[in-house]
Design a protein around this ligand. Structure first.
Ligand SMILES: Cc1ncc(COP(=O)(O)O)c(C=O)c1O
Length: 420
């Protein structure tokens, strides 16, 4: 079998799994911390550089605290995410609120907290004024480049995407913000998801730097921060090549020198809101085989379901699988690896070559540290499972399994009559 790293030695992981019970997600906090620091160091030339970690990728307070201590910010897209980031200790100026189709109470929460509000639509200027009585001193706008860029499979073509303000709306957005008292201006975009082609991210920087100039020329407004969004991909397949922060940083630095510094537009703070490339490779879903079954195809049925990891069912996403103790065996059997949901797309892998599997084998599904547990849902009353964190060499439980009581908690045993 092709190797991918495990969070600990194979035998140790099997023994841990047998002790705590499967399934569960486990994250390597020490590796996440080192990765966060590596990103910051790669961009140390950029004054005030920050990555607002996309909370949606891994919204566990223990992970957020760890990233806060490493100097990251938090990117939130809903009211509960704002509260979680605040509770995890992120100071307001390190919280970016990048939402869409935003509710009034979410604007109010972000405003009262003092987070940076990133507006997704031109009409949201009036919404914030109506709800918060004024605009904050700092505002950001999310840009949608339309035909200018092509997008990719997960995020979709910008022309078809619901996000952001168009090129023709952008100038009026900044002018209206200025006319309503805004003093500090930022620019944001998010046009790629899980992109492994570095040039795509570099082109995003080029596009935003050229907008910084255009906005300045047309309005006199200086953009103080350019947020390149998330979307830096990770090597889900063993043969995929990761984007290197050092190389990405060097190319963006070169553009910054020629398009910002040389044009007299500096300083402009460079920021990202990456989630996946920060925690993704450092999470694993560990699950046990309940049944191996032969029908028209051969199936491996796990105790985990798509409630624990949606990506394969949702996007046909590839997640590598290691069979503990069989790392050196030939992958000579083809299986569909499934969960137990009454949904035929409840599959972690289709037509996957693996060593011969028997009931009780422990399968490790790789790269589940971002958009894994957090995407889960409770259809079919399937529960989401525990999360563990390796920190300073110790394994900590950071979330328990959901229970039946959790599942029925919002149902009213005694229905309440609604008068209207
Ligand atoms: C607005 C926004 N920012 C950041 C992210 C994080 O993206 P990634 O985890 O791919 O870096 C997302 C992902 O959906 C997003 O929608």
């Amino acid at each position: 079998m092709t190797a991918k790293p495990l969070p600990m030695e194979s035998k140790q992981l099997a023994s841990f799994a047998n002790t705590v019970g499967t399934p569960f997600h486990i994250y390597d906090g020490d590796a996440i911390k080192a990765n966060a620091i590596a990103m910051k160091e790669a961009f140390s030339w950029a004054d005030g550089f920050i990555n607002y970690f996309a909370v949606k990728a891994l919204p566990n307070i223990n992970i957020l605290r760890l990233l806060c201590k490493a100097g990251f910010g938090a990117d939130c897209s809903s009211l509960p995410e704002l509260r979680l980031a605040s509770e995890a200790g992120f100071p307001a100026h390190r919280i970016m609120f990048s939402s869409n189709d935003t509710a009034d109470e979410e604007f109010l929460e972000a405003f009262n907290l003092g987070a940076i509000i990133n507006l997704d639509d031109i009409t949201h200027i009036d919404d914030v004024i109506r709800v918060c009585k004024r605009l904050p001193e700092t505002i950001s706008f999310r840009y949608n480049p339309g035909n200018e860029r092509t997008g990719n499979a997960i995020i979709g073509n910008p022309v078809e995407a619901k996000y952001g303000v168009t090129h023709s709306q952008l100038i009026s957005c900044y002018e209206r913000a200025r006319d309503n008292g805004v003093k500090h201006f930022m620019l944001h975009t998010m046009v790629a998801s899980n992109e492994l082609d570095e040039s795509y991210i570099v082109e995003t920087a080029r596009m935003l730097f050229s907008l910084v100039k255009e906005i300045h020329e047309k309005t006199g407004i200086r953009i103080e921060q350019v947020d390149l969004g998330g979307g830096v991909g990770i090597p889900y397949k063993p043969e995929d090549k990761p984007i290197l922060f050092s190389s990405l940083s060097e190319k963006i630095h070169s553009l910054y020198s020629s398009m910002i510094e040389a044009e007299g537009l500096s300083p402009v703070r460079i920021t990202f809101e990456c989630g996946r490339c920060i925690t993704g490779p450092f999470g694993w879903l560990v699950s046990k085989v309940r049944h191996v079954a032969s029908k028209y195809k051969d199936y491996v049925g796990l105790d985990a379901t798509m409630a624990d990891l949606m990506r394969p069912a949702l996007y046909g996403a590839y997640h590598h699988i290691t069979v503990l103790g069989k790392e050196n065996e030939q992958a000579c059997h083809m299986y569909d690896v499934t969960g137990s949901l009454c949904e035929n797309n409840d599959k972690f892998a289709v037509d996957r070559m693996l060593p011969e599997i028997t009931n009780g084998d422990i399968l490790v599904i790789h790269d589940t540290g971002a958009h894994g547990h957090s995407m889960g849902f409770n259809y079919n009353a399937k529960m989401r499972h525990a999360e563990y964190l390796i920190e300073d060499g110790k394994v900590l439980k950071i979330r328990r399994d959901e229970t039946y009581e959790d599942y029925v908690r919002t149902q009213l045993d005694r229905p309440e009559e609604v008068r209207f």
